[in-house]
Design a protein around this ligand. Sequence first.
Ligand code: SF4
Ligand code: SF4
Length: 408
Amino acid sequence: MNQSYRLLQEEAGRCIGCGFCESVCPTQPASGFSEFMGARGRILISRELLRRLESGEDASALARSFYSCLDCYACLQVCPAGVNAGLASHYAKELLSGSSAPSLARMIERMVMKYGSIVPIGRRASRWARGLNIPRSGETLLYTGQMYQLMAYTSRLSALLHARFPGPDALASAVIRVPSLAFISNLFRDRKVASRMDEILRNIALLIKASGTDFFYLYEKEPYPGTLLNDLGFHDSFVSYAGKVVSLFRDVNARRIITVDPHTYDLLKNVVPSVVEGFDFEVLHYLEVIGGVEYKRSNGKFVFHEPCHLSRRFSGFSPAAEALGRAASFVLPEKNGQNTYCCGGPDELLFPRVAASVSERRAEQLAAASDADVVTACPVCLTTLSRRSRAVDISSVLLDSCIAGQER
Ligand code: SF4
Ligand code: SF4
């Protein structure tokens, strides 16, 4: 019995079937209240998955339920038995990660293993740093993880992947057979989004400079962290890939790593140390690093959307709200803190309709709290919510009010 099987058995085995988790799971209303697209349904399906695996039956028809999980952990907040249907879905994906995984997930795995990213971005990933004179070596590494940069591709890529012709499966199979077809994705780069994301990365670098922290950047050598390999359950590929990323960190003598987005921060803080032996880097989020920066409080007013990966994985993650509160005024929507609501973004590539519906719901919640602009601290949340609200990245608000950071 492998570890994922045993962990899934333990997680699903604690469920008492009360259904409390159904009321908070964003994918359930987003999929027309389908029983198996909610948290409790995922636990029920987990038991069926275990049964099928034990009896050697095909389990691929169950995959949709697990792969559509947003990994938001809202279910865990309300479960009286401490069950995390998000974690259960993760173990289930690990068990399905061979030929039972959706073709698009297998295509993404292939891309990351071959090109070190879900799309071959190449040198464009480091364009944001031009003119900032960031050193190429040092002790403290600024690691973007390419998350902001990838946002220039996600929505058009998703539209391409789900186009009627040739259809997601046919396209994924073609790219799996001929990986170089992935270069087509460069035609789908949204330049406006790309330049917006580059500006955000520049803002972040200027804020870190304003805090007096020295740092270096790897420019074209910076690798993608492998987040999607982990999220999609490709455990063996992820372990091998993460090992190479960590070797690079060691080769460049990094001691401290500053991340800029919640997904990379969570991955390096909570996941990579458990799969790469001797991972002894200090991992920080940039908002922790810039705690000493001084602001001249502006008249700006915002409604703050807290990303799940900060608020839930790090129990409220106070540096974001603290910095925002010193730079401007903000209100919180009804669902906030550890009860925040997912933006839908994690489903964008595989389940765009579910993603759009979740995001619509979150935009309504934010609008109900205030008609002010939305501010958030995650490239995925920013991209998804920007389609429905006026949204800005927290770094822009902070830099606008930062007394020492006006050298743009
Ligand atoms: S809240 Fe917990 S115990 Fe209740 S159905 Fe959901 S997972 Fe099971
Ligand atoms: S992690 Fe989020 S999307 Fe997944 S089952 Fe739990 S509440 Fe639903």
